[in-house]
Design a protein around this ligand. Sequence first.
Ligand SMILES: *[C@@H]1O[C@H](CO)[C@@H](O)[C@H](O)[C@H]1NC(C)=O
Ligand SMILES: *[C@@H]1O[C@H](CO)[C@@H](O)[C@H](O)[C@H]1NC(C)=O
Ligand SMILES: *[C@@H]1O[C@H](CO)[C@@H](O)[C@H](O)[C@H]1NC(C)=O
Length: 421
Amino acid sequence: MARIGGKNASRKYLVVLSCVALLGIALVADFLWASSSASASSPYWSTNLDFSVRNEVSADAASKAEQEKKSKPLKDQISRSINATFADLPALHLDWEEMAEAPVPRLDGAAVQIKNLLYVFAGYGTIDYVHSHVDVYNFSDNSWGERFDMPKEMAHSHLGMTTDGRYIYVVTGQYGPQCRGPIAHNFVLDTETKTWNDLPPLPFPRYAPATQLWKGRLHVMGGSKEDRHEPALEHWSLQVKDGKALEKEWQTELPIPRGGPHRACVVANDKLFVIGGQEGDFMAKPGSPIFKCVRRSEVVYSNVYMLDDGLRWIDLPPMPKPDSHIEFAWKIVNNSIVIAGGTTEKHPVTKKMVLVGEIFRFNLDTLEWSIIGRMPFRIKTTLVGFWDGWLYFTSGQRDKGPDNPSPKKVVGCMWRTKLKF
Ligand SMILES: *[C@@H]1O[C@H](CO)[C@@H](O)[C@H](O)[C@H]1NC(C)=O
Ligand SMILES: *[C@@H]1O[C@H](CO)[C@@H](O)[C@H](O)[C@H]1NC(C)=O
Ligand SMILES: *[C@@H]1O[C@H](CO)[C@@H](O)[C@H](O)[C@H]1NC(C)=O
């Protein structure tokens, strides 16, 4: 399969970003950066900045951009080329129904569906508080029911997670609030008995790695290294069966072509797919006793990689736009991978994170992407389920409103729409 789009697209953004910098808007970026670090509330959560400083700055940036647009034809080219990514892509209207709200709001949690139950794990409640329990949603009667604790030693966000239909395998993740680093400790949950057991630790801690069960082995690849920021390329696997490791140590596998966290990792038709994601993330401010989150550069990408025989990564057609924060935002429906929401590249002028509200479909018969609709709002790290023809999503961080795609409220709401294709 030919390499198309992804690399060219990211090269294009690099060019765009350099041009924007040349036009002097870098000054605004510097100011934003400085105000991020000085702010009392974390930019990761971004509420403080969103309400005060940033609004002024972006208004300023917008008028500056407006002036430059009038005087420079080059600026027109830039506006045109950034448009496609930051605009909402055309999509059919979907009817959405709001269901029962989760017991707690959560960001960067994890979810696994087993039959009619959606197990929703961990996540931030606020930037200074992380959950250490599981909530269970029942698709048959559309209610939140059971709640049980996670082991004290288990990470609270940015976990890798997958299931064989009874056992849920839980890999590494970030331990504690703010921007603490990941651990290497892994667990397995028996959903029938609600008992937890240990699995052999990863060779190194990983933050939000791509994780799946494939051909009888638990695969873990990519993610960030201990600092949350540096992309990791390593790929390991462990033979597992019925909730038990059949090996003492993880084996080294073919490294992934591009590292980094927040990707969808899917097994379908006996093939392993790794979709979207990013390089870089927020990291702890050096010396901060609370590991306060500080924003660092991030590159979001649209690449789709596939492993067929385990010997060679194959490039597949990229997503319609770069998309990250989608690790539990997908489902397989009728031999298509359906992905809801996420984040795309940051806005080149305001520098704010841009959330995604499209629902993407990757048809595994034709290897073509399409957009099958739009969510009621844009949202990242949402947790998705599919039952009886309905696509559900809950949790995550939603946008500020129809006209502003930057992140605001962390939510626990649950919505569903009837999928047709
Ligand atoms: C993006 O470009 C399309 C086509 O050129 C145009 O119709 C649309 O108004 C643009 N959107 C924005 C937000 O500039
Ligand atoms: C889910 O709801 C159905 C229908 O009310 C019920 O029969 C079933 O026992 C519930 N499952 C759990 C695990 O609560
Ligand atoms: C999937 O396939 C089934 C059976 O052919 C069909 O009834 C259904 O409408 C299709 N689409 C979705 C979104 O389930």
